[in-house]
Design a protein around this ligand. Structure first.
Ligand code: FAD
Length: 277
């Protein structure tokens, strides 16, 4: 476990109560000794200030923290200011993304794609930041084709990304096929697998629809068959996801990035199951 890159993602809490709860969750998850905690940016209506505040709290508590930074809708000036804020606070890792504009948002920013953000970060701050970017083994939902998406991923790496984290998936073969293709293109940065624990059927279906993650038919049917039986959903989810994680690590994945959804239990259970094997 120690030799792999394990990281855990949070979103910035929107209320004081949420912030209090996240402190307790963070302390539980810190026992697992992840390499860093990352904090999403601008997603789900959260504010940029929320990302910085959360990251600073994590840092003050003695852990490594990496803010996400999405560029869509932003200007060069605003992104420059955010990068400076990160630097001033000693933050030297960032997850660089395009982000998604809320529907109905008409304004176009000065950045169109994440590769432009990575280029900008390198031009402005040299090697200060360790930059992670997103990768899509099951293909980004807006991509013109899988080949085009792969080329666009390569662009982000060429622009200066050090590593990547994948969108979550439940088909390990999609990850392995993606890795074979990246190697053929000469891309050799670590691509850590993004892992979404399964705890809630309705929420999982909704998220997966939005981000283009496929829930295999047999998994979907089994989950649906459990109805409101949350304990069975969690137990089955733990089996399916932990087996996939083991396959990924055995097959060469350099690490796992857990989408914790600001909850400690599912990530801890997965981690302990994987470590016990
Ligand atoms: P890009 O790499 O720019 O790709 C977006 C699309 O454009 C793809 O279809 C790609 O094929 C295409 N494309 C890329 N470059 C070009 C180009 N030069 N020319 C033509 N087409 C191109 N969202 C948030 O809002 N906040 C977060 O904190 C956040 N964290 C995330 C963390 C991870 C690990 C992942 C996987 C996703 C995260 N997201 C977050 C979601 C992400 O913002 C969306 O998936 C978004 O739609 C794409 O972002 P990207 O950085 O992958 O974009």
């Amino acid at each position: 476990m120690e030799t792999h890159n394990f990281s855990i993602e949070f979103f910035p809490p929107k209320t004081a109560e949420g912030a209090e709860k996240l402190r307790a969750v963070r302390e539980k998850l810190a026992l697992l000794n992840p390499k860093y905690f990352s904090v999403t940016f601008g997603a789900g209506g959260s504010t940029q200030q929320g990302t910085l505040d959360t990251v600073l709290e994590i840092k003050q508590a003695g852990y490594v923290a990496a803010p996400h930074l999405s560029c869509v809708g932003g200007s060069r000036e605003s992104i420059r200011a955010i990068l400076q804020q990160f630097k001033d606070n000693g933050i030297d890792r960032v997850v660089a993304l395009r982000g998604d504009l809320p529907s109905g948002y008409g304004g176009a920013g000065e950045f169109r794609y994440a590769n432009e953000l990575v280029e900008f970060i390198r031009a402005e701050t040299g090697d200060w930041f360790h930059i992670e970017v997103a990768a899509y083994p099951e293909v980004h939902p807006q991509a013109r084709s899988p080949q085009d998406d792969l080329q666009n991923f390569a662009r982000k790496v060429k622009a200066g990304a050090n590593a990547a984290i994948t969108q979550y998936f439940y088909n390990a073969d999609a990850y392995f096929a993606f890795m074979d293709e990246t190697r053929k293109l000469g891309i050799d940065v670590p691509v850590v697998a993004g892992i979404m624990p399964i705890t809630n059927y309705t929420q999982l279906m909704r998220f997966s629809e939005m981000c283009g993650a496929e829930i295999p038919r047999w998994v979907r049917l089994k989950l649906a068959s459990f109805g409101d039986d949350s304990a069975s959903i969690k137990a089955f989810g733990l089996d399916v996801v932990s087996q996939m994680c083991e396959r990924l690590l055995k097959g060469g994945a350099p690490g796992l990035h857990f989408y914790s959804m600001n909850q400690a239990a599912a990530t801890t259970a997965l981690w302990e199951r994987i470590a016990s094997r």
